[in-house]
Design a protein around this ligand. Structure first.
Ligand code: SF4
Length: 349
């Protein structure tokens, strides 16, 4: 059976018409790949189109302000990706005169570009023979070839990468790479794939041995840390207090100051805590409202957040920016902050 041709033929008939298909502009391909890494196509498409409209070429992105880039990225999460995009655009402008490098090693050396993204850019844009290995590809290979080692182990990663590279047709890497990814996204889907209508069914190891549900295998369970954050939306006579993060996953974004506890503690206890007293020492905060709990999932964290609306009658000079409510909407914020802000817009208060 010709695995590669079957997949390519299937792709020609079934592929989705997406705005980053049939192009060979490495900048656009790079953008689409970074946006799609943790986002579904349906959500990512709008972001991609907004980015290329606002920053039609690398130079435009490189010369943009970081706040502008983060604002456009807002809602996608994984903000380090947006910061890396911006950083790398500047690097390409300075080091390569704004022309995207076309050698695999150069592409791989760019900040934020890993083996997968480098292979996607090099094969789609330059026709270089590098196999892409993402979750979709792993699922197809694992099932078709019956590979039952954890894809997240060192051995598993190597095995899938080597197999994908061996299978890659040297003369048509772009179409084959796109075809196998699309096959995983549309046909060999994670849950209940329609195997009875699959062009690979006859020789599919998982199908023929009843293991479709069990493959691929993840060996490690992700440890999820629980965090309890209390965001303080402090209104002073000069505006609402916000600050810019300079570390962590929300680096570069703006947020209300928050206080964190290791467990879920009652609101009254928070008011008596030393953290609260220290922050508000010498002032008279009036707590007007405490939101219900927002649960927010990140890749390794589960955040339980409450938003406290606080009014200050006295000055509050703690080094925060103090902005009007209208201006607040202009700053790039995390999706969690945005969820709360949306409730304010909806309630119009
Ligand atoms: S037969 Fe089912 S499990 Fe095998 S490749 Fe096709 S869709 Fe995937």
């Amino acid at each position: 059976m010709d695995f590669q041709n079957k997949i390519i033929d299937w792709y020609k008939v079934n592929k989705r018409d997406l705005p980053w298909r049939n192009i060979n502009n490495p900048y656009y391909i790079w953008l689409s790949e970074v946006i799609l890494q943790q986002t579904r196509v349906i959500q990512g498409t709008g972001y991609y189109l907004n980015f290329i409209e606002k920053f039609p070429n690398i130079k435009d992105l490189a010369l943009a302000k970081e706040d502008e880039v983060l604002r456009l990225w807002q809602g996608l999460g994984y903000y380090s990706r947006a910061r890396n995009l911006h950083f790398t655009a500047k690097e390409i402008l300075n080091k390569y005169n704004g022309i995207f490098p076309s050698q695999y090693d150069q592409v791989l050396s760019l900040k934020g570009v890993g083996v997968y993204t480098a292979a996607a850019i090099c094969s789609f844009a330059f026709g270089l023979p590098y196999a892409v290995v993402d979750g979709n590809v792993i699922r197809v290979l694992s099932r078709f070839f019956g590979i039952d080692i954890g894809f997240d182990t060192t051995e598993g990663k190597k095995r899938f990468q080597n197999l994908a590279q061996e299978l890659l047709p040297q003369d048509t890497p772009a179409i084959y790479n796109q075809a196998i990814m699309e096959f995983g996204a549309l046909q060999c889907v994670p849950k209940s794939p329609n195997c009875s209508a699959c062009v690979l069914q006859e020789f599919c190891a998982a199908y023929n041995t009843g293991r479709v549900k069990n493959l691929p295998i993840r060996s490690r369970n992700k440890k999820v840390k629980e965090r309890y954050l209390n965001f303080l939306m402090i209104h002073t006579k000069n505006g609402i207090c916000i600050r810019k993060r300079n570390d962590g996953i929300w680096k570069g974004l703006y947020e209300f100051p928050f206080i964190e506890f290791e467990r879920n503690i009652p609101d009254q206890e928070i008011l008596l805590s030393s953290t609260w007293k220290e922050l508000f020492s010498g002032t008279h905060p009036i707590v007007e409202e405490i939101s219900s709990t927002f649960t927010h999932l990140l890749s390794h964290q589960k955040i339980y957040a409450k938003f406290w609306r606080i009014y200050m009658e006295t000055d509050f000079n703690k080094g925060f920016l103090q902005v009007s409510k209208e201006d607040l909407f202009m700053y790039p914020v995390s999706r969690l902050m945005q969820r709360y802000i949306n409730t304010i817009i909806t309630n119009k208060n």
